[in-house]
Design a protein around this ligand. Sequence first.
Ligand SMILES: Nc1ncnc2c1ncn2[C@@H]1O[C@H](COP(=O)(O)OP(=O)(O)OP(=O)(O)O)[C@@H](O)[C@H]1O
Ligand SMILES: [Mg+2]
Length: 267
Amino acid sequence: MTNATTINMTPDPALAVKAECRNFNFHYGDFHALKNINMPVFDKQVTSLIGPSGCGKSTLLRSFNRMHDLYPGNRYQGEIVMHPDNTDILAKEVDPIEVRMRISMVFQKPNPFPKTVFENVAYSLRVRGMTNRSEIEDRVQQSLKGAALWDEVKNRLNDLGANLSGGQQQRLCIARALASDPEIILFDEPTSALDPIATASIEELVVELRDKVTILIVTHNMQQAARISDFTAYMYLGELVEFGITDQVFIKPMNKQTEDYITGRFG
Ligand SMILES: Nc1ncnc2c1ncn2[C@@H]1O[C@H](COP(=O)(O)OP(=O)(O)OP(=O)(O)O)[C@@H](O)[C@H]1O
Ligand SMILES: [Mg+2]
């Protein structure tokens, strides 16, 4: 099965590619969920994945940190290559834990560990083998600052993470994702469980984080994709239909299917 993705941009040599899917397919047992995806993820840019429910957005996102490894019967085919080292993160010899250090994930519902605010962030540092107390404290503080949460929690570091508001919990999860100093952060509908004010603060944060880290975000909210992403990938039935510069994809989609979805003619 072959499919051609419409590319809605002119090649830009100023953009470095941080990661790319090459002829990437994914199967849940007999179900062919992702079909021959070829897609760049540009360095220090925000790329959003959009498309109707069930089109494979989460499946693609989760492939980037080998989350499907946990279930037997799941099968990756093709490559997801990280640059500049050219590592195929799906290769059998590549340790999924190593991949998750380089590519961390923030989920739809804030899911802090049943631990204190401090330990929620320190945990991934300890997993990484960091033992020096003051080094850990520094990194926790940096990560909480990076997630725009420090000022609100600096006097509550020993409170349970679950006692924070929903928006604060989501920023705590972002701080946790930042702690391992990842190259890419994956977000799967990170604001769909939040109110408009908390949503705005997460959106603002994503845009700020782009200076430091490459971001791949799944969103159902097309205004959100238009507001915060530099590149947009439109998926349908496991295929990547169109990929390009967000403004172009939204204002001048090149593929009829993309246009129908974006203009709301598609349910
Ligand atoms: N564990 C699984 N086993 C079998 N099929 C699955 C599994 N998880 C997802 N699927 C199927 O794979 C397809 C893609 O699902 P996925 O969750 O990636 O879609 P999505 O685009 O993220 O949808 P949504 O917008 O509703 O979150 C769907 O048809 C779904 O039913
Ligand atoms: Mg999903």
